[in-house]
Ligand binder design. Structure first.
Ligand code: FES
Length: 140
């Protein structure tokens, strides 16, 4: 698990009008495995990063089925990742839900690339469900 604080990441790149931030060193992400990244110690702000056949993929780590943060630990097969909780399955490249019987909710996908031995992702805008926003307001 990697923990990052968005406010203090100073290694940033502007590309095609988009801001990308440093995530980790390239050699920290091995082929065929998933990794969990948590931002700002906020459990709603999580990403899952995968390397498959040398290619990097970045998706939300939170499964929209039951809001479990286990996508990074999913089973990867045929360029898809299955949530280890109840098996909802998503395309690695797009986050698209591949089984309409599971519903239409998908995983948000983030752009990711490597440069000079470092991995960058687009500045993440997290999708926090309305019911979670209400919970955090109630807790203040
Ligand atoms: S929480 Fe992911 S499939 Fe149920």
């Amino acid at each position: 698990m990697f923990k990052l604080n968005l406010a203090i990441i100073s290694d940033r790149i502007q590309l095609d009008g988009k801001e990308f931030i440093y995530l980790c060193q390239s050699d920290s992400v091995y082929n065929g495995r998933g990794y969990q990244f948590i931002f700002d110690d906020d459990l709603d702000k999580q990403l899952a990063v995968f390397r498959r056949d040398g290619q990097l993929y970045c998706l939300s780590n939170i499964c929209p089925h039951r809001h479990q943060d286990k996508i990074f630990d999913g089973i990867i097969r045929d360029m898809k990742v299955s949530c280890p909780e109840h098996g909802w399955t998503y395309e690695l490249a797009t986050g698209k839900n591949v089984n309409p019987l599971q519903g239409l909710r998908k995983l948000k996908k983030y752009e990711i690339f490597e440069k000079n031995g470092k991995i960058y992702i687009e500045f993440p805008e997290f999708e926090i469900p309305k019911w979670r926003e209400k919970m955090s307001l109630d807790n203040k």
